[in-house]
Design a protein around this ligand. Structure first.
Ligand code: GAR
Length: 219
């Protein structure tokens, strides 16, 4: 089986990266993680990558005057490593249209809310403030507009009485760790293609989106 050669971009802890590394440790998983790049020195995710035997690199965005100059380095490194597909996992840097277009439909992101609600930062705090009863996470193809793009899958969690932004974030993160590997699997099996600006799931072989929402690990 040919596995999709995937690069992961991170900025921090890398718990989603770990979930992807764990899934890809199974030779039957249709994607392999071959390169991890962080834009923050000492991002704990880099160590997670090395432990899994995956190439890990740090590219310091502060050294570049223009965003695009940083992205050219990123792009060159990904290509040098032989990456075919990129997953953003807690990568806290807005990408320019130049980079997004270069990797169009080969670039996905995980965002900690049920998009299109709560784009941007502080999603858990804002969910609590707004009084929503259901919150969650979304995996989507990246477009130049922030947190826009065809949705591949979503995982919902309840907002409980007494939740703080931390307890809610923790609950969402557990869901993210199931959702992201499930979505990358769909993409790698070519079962989540973009058609007319939306993701068409291959329903012949895939469960419905509802199944992903309620039980991401079943995909
Ligand atoms: C995750 O909750 C992810 O959804 C979020 O950052 C966290 C990274 O955690 N991403 C964004 O907010 C992107 N805008 P991790 O480093 O432990 O995977």
């Amino acid at each position: 089986m040919k596995r999709l050669k995937t690069g992961v971009l991170i900025s921090g802890k890398g718990t989603n990266l770990q979930a992807l590394l764990d899934a890809a440790a199974d030779a039957a998983y249709p994607a392999e993680i071959i390169s991890v790049i962080a834009n923050k020195a000492g991002a704990p995710g880099l160590e997670k990558a090395r432990k899994a035997g995956v190439k890990a690199a740090f590219i310091d965005h502060t050294l570049y005057e223009e965003r695009e100059d940083f992205e050219r380095e990123l792009d060159a490194k990904l290509r040098e490593d032989g990456v075919e597909f990129v997953a953003l996992a807690g990568f806290m840097r807005i990408l320019t249209p130049w980079f997004v277009d270069k990797w169009k439909d080969r670039l996905i992101n995980i965002h900690p809310s049920l998009l299109p609600a709560f784009k941007g930062v502080h999603t858990h705090e804002r969910a609590l403030e707004s009084g929503v009863r259901v919150h969650g996470a979304t995996v989507h193809y990246v477009r130049p507009e922030m947190d826009e793009g065809p949705i591949i899958g979503q995982a919902a969690v309840p907002v409980l009485a007494g939740d703080t932004k931390q307890t809610l974030a923790d609950r969402v993160l557990v869901a993210e760790h199931k959702l992201y590997p499930a979505c990358l699997k769909l993409v790698a099996e070519n079962r989540a293609r973009v058609t007319a600006g939306r993701v068409r799931l291959d329903r012949d072989s895939a469960p419905s989106t509802d199944a992903i929402l309620s039980n991401p690990s079943s995909v």
